[in-house]
Design a binder for this molecule. Structure first.
Ligand SMILES: O=C(O)CCC(=O)C(=O)O
Ligand SMILES: [Fe+2]
Length: 378
């Protein structure tokens, strides 16, 4: 019989040969023998075509009750099967959170608004049981770390989550310009989500690039001087998936057509000069670009902090300037129905005069992307 190590070695060999199905099947076997990470890799590989199969598999492995496996089982149920919070998923997250599982505590803190009493209960548990994560990602002055551990109140948590779902469903979509379907939605992200994205993904930041007009290769250019962090599929946790899906819904596009989310940080003096997000005709002929979903049809931006009078997103041809306000999402079209660039979509991120400006950009292609399929399935 094969040992776990032999299975992992064989899986790596087949992966290098490009035999992905075979490689994943071996990881599935290693998972059945007790390797959690192999089991999760296999489950996430399968989930894109058959979510129920992935769930049955995870329930069949010897570590089905390990907190990491339970958390991913809940995530797969929520994002691939039910597409909403069911009562049983909430219940599972609460049980995991109560035992100190950091990711579950983060998801619940994110979904229970900071004004809710239950939010303080959740972050108090985090302060006690996951103090490092608490300090990095939450750090709320109202929490007294010495307080004894209160049991989490499941029904208050469910009520808070339902209230947030209802609030997100009823947000006003303001049409700022019909020609490019420029829509603004205020309060689409909570302050917690905005802080979370900055603090969790700050280590990803590097100097921004633009696509070389000649061959599409990445190029440093004075047109875009911010730093960028690309949140790849393997980093797309519960909170990121949720925001990614919300951005797709606001732009009425498919999650499977999205590029990875780009976290942008502009420091004093940095800017993104006037540009189109759509690719040029020449770029559109590159095989790599075609294989990655083709033309960029839509752009969705989220502002993660508010600016007083600088750093606005300016659309000079339609005379619209958008002031960055924390939690606001903006969506617009880059091309018309014949896939021609909409000239009115020309826009710029004005220079930052003071402090920093943080945004999240999602570009959406006309066809499926690798990231879209990997993260959300077909
Ligand atoms: O930062 C802004 O206001 C604009 C960003 C932008 O144009 C982009 O990311 O494509
Ligand atoms: Fe842009």
């Amino acid at each position: 019989m094969n040992s776990v190590q032999q299975l992992l070695d064989q899986a790596q060999y087949h992966q290098q040969q490009g035999a992905i199905d075979k490689s994943m099947a071996l990881l599935g076997e290693a998972g059945k023998l007790g390797n959690i990470y192999a089991a999760l890799d296999f489950a996430y590989y399968k989930v894109r075509s058959d979510a129920k199969f992935a769930l049955i598999y995870l329930q069949s492995i010897p570590n089905a009750q390990h907190p990491t496996v339970r958390y991913h089982t809940a995530l797969i149920t929520r994002f691939y099967v039910e597409e909403n919070f069911s009562r049983s998923v909430i219940s599972e997250l609460v049980a995991l959170a109560q035992s100190g599982h950091a990711e579950s505590l983060l998801v619940l803190s994110c979904w229970c608004s900071e004004e809710e009493k239950v939010y303080l209960q959740i972050v108090s548990v985090m302060a006690k049981l996951s103090p490092n994560i608490y300090r990095q990602l939450v750090n709320d002055d109202r929490v007294l770390v010495s307080t004894s551990l209160e049991p989490l109140d499941e029904s208050s948590i469910e009520r808070a989550i339902r209230a947030r779902e209802a609030k997100l469903r009823s947000l006003e979509h303001e049409m700022l310009n019909e020609d490019i379907s420029l829509v603004r939605v205020k309060n689409a992200l909570s302050a917690f989500e905005c802080r979370y994205l900055q603090q969790r993904f700050i280590p990803l930041l590097t100097r921004s690039m633009v696509a070389n007009p000649a061959d599409g290769s990445p190029l440093v250019d004075s047109i875009r001087t911010s730093d960028v962090g690309v949140i790849l599929s393997e980093m797309a946790d519960w909170i990121v998936r949720d925001i990614d899906t919300r951005m797709a819904n606001i732009s009425k596009t498919k999650t499977s057509h999205g590029e990875p989310l780009n976290l942008l940080r502009y420091q004093k003096g940095q800017e993104y000069k006037a540009h189109y997000d759509a690719f040029s005709h020449k770029q559109c002929q590159q095989t790599e670009l075609i294989e990655e979903g083709g033309q960029r049809a839509h752009t969705v931006l989220a502002y993660l902090n508010s600016m007083s009078s600088d750093g606005e997103t300016h659309f000079p041809k339609i005379d619209v300037k958008i002031k960055p306000e924390q939690g606001t999402i903006v969506s617009f079209k880059n091309i018309d129905e014949n896939n021609e660039i909409l000239k009115l979509s020309l826009h710029l991120g004005a220079p930052v005069a003071n402090g920093e400006k943080w945004t999240l950009t999602k570009w959406i292609r006309i066809h499926q992307t690798q990231y879209g399929i990997l993260t959300h399935g077909n």
